[in-house]
Design a protein around this ligand. Structure first.
Ligand code: PLP
Length: 342
């Protein structure tokens, strides 16, 4: 039986072209900024986002942590959506390492409003920590890969800036958002102070993430990356597939979105699980398995026995993620196997 792995788009393997690019990459010591391949990747990323600079890092988690450390000082407060990856899945680094406390607000499908930001600021009273950063996650993972429009980012960004705060976007999957809305990522970057994005998810590179922002921000981010042990030497072997990810893999994300919709419609049609089609905007399908009478971990276990791998999201929710390793036939096969289990 063929295994169909829908746990995450992080399971994508590099393409053959990516593997070959690693062999051919021109290398140097990137800590001294002498790796021409890393320099090229950073220039490409900055150009694509319309920012002054970009920085290559080992992971999305480190990119987010660096950004928080540059924007905030210890004891500051950061306004963040209550299910955001940085709060939920990054081992508490924003507090444990950056010394920043989260002020949680609940979004609607991961998206919150300027009014909610204003409501979350506690003011200048002696007792309160300063609110210095707003974090946006686009697409929003736990909400089901939901998209912030550039308009929504712009209004929150404008309010935050008027209140003297910075704005960081965890854009691990920002290219999914841009492809879904047919907009350029530049449309997001112009309203915020930094964006991190991952090369190693739907874009299929083996490793890496970038942060984009102003020259001053990137200069401080580079120093912070070094402090965190993220200064890599001949990192061009990782940047080379990253260049292919950025230049050749963005448009194909639409296939993943089409497959996610196909999967969502098929599963919904089984009448045994619930799927909120409003949330199926990119490559993630959140499924409510409560009507099956199984809890989410039992459901995941049962699917695993039939060769379908998915992620347990708790509270009766299971996440299916489409990616380059998944075809439309795999989707139909998945729907068929789920049907047999019900
Ligand atoms: C929204 C979001 N942000 C950040 C990350 C962290 O990326 P990494 O696994 O490269 O640390 C992920 C990873 O899945 C993610 O989904």
């Amino acid at each position: 039986m063929r295994t169909i792995d829908l746990r995450s788009d992080t399971v994508t393997l590099p393409t053959e072209e990516m593997m070959l690019s690693m062999m051919d990459a021109e290398l140097g010591d990137d800590v001294s900024r002498e790796d021409p391949t890393v320099n090229r990747l950073e220039e490409l990323a900055a150009k694509r986002f319309g920012t002054e600079g970009a920085l290559f890092t080992p992971s999305g988690t480190q990119s987010n942590l660096i950004s928080v450390m540059v924007h905030c000082k210890k004891g500051d407060e950061m306004i963040v959506e209550s299910d955001a990856h940085i709060y939920y899945y990054e081992v508490g680094g924003m507090s444990a390492v950056a010394g920043v406390i989260p002020r949680l607000i609940r979004g609607k499908m991961g998206v919150f409003t300027p009014e909610q930001v204003i409501g979350a600021i506690r003011g200048k009273d002696l007792h309160f920590p300063p609110s210095t950063l707003v974090e946006i996650e686009n697409t929003h993972n736990r909400a089901g890969g939901t998209v912030w429009t550039p308009g929504a980012v712009s209004t929150v960004g404008k309010t935050a800036h008027e209140l003297g705060m910075k704005v960081h976007v965890d854009g691990a999957r920002i290219f999914n958002a841009a492809v879904a809305l047919h907009v350029d990522v530049e449309e997001y970057a112009k309203h915020v102070d930094s964006i991190s994005f991952c090369l190693s998810k739907g874009l299929s590179a083996p490793v890496g993430s970038l942060i984009v922002g102003s020259s001053a921000f990137i200069e401080r981010a580079r120093k912070t990356r070094k402090m965190l042990g993220g200064g890599m030497r001949q990192a061009g072997i990782l940047a080379a597939p990253g260049i292919i990810a950025l230049t050749k893999m963005v448009d194909r994300l639409k296939e993943d979105h089409d497959n996610a919709k196909r999967l969502a419609r098929g599963l919904k049609g089984l009448d045994k699980v619930k799927v909120d089609m409003k949330t199926v905007q990119t490559n993630i399908v959140l499924v409510d398995v409560a009507p099956t009478g199984l809890d989410s971990s039992q459901f995941v276990g049962k699917l695993k026995k039939s060769g379908i791998l998915v992620a347990d999201f708790g509270n009766g929710k299971v996440r299916f993620v489409t990616h380059r390793g998944i075809t439309a036939e795999d989707i139909d096969e998945t729907i068929g196997r789920v049907e047999c289990l019900m």
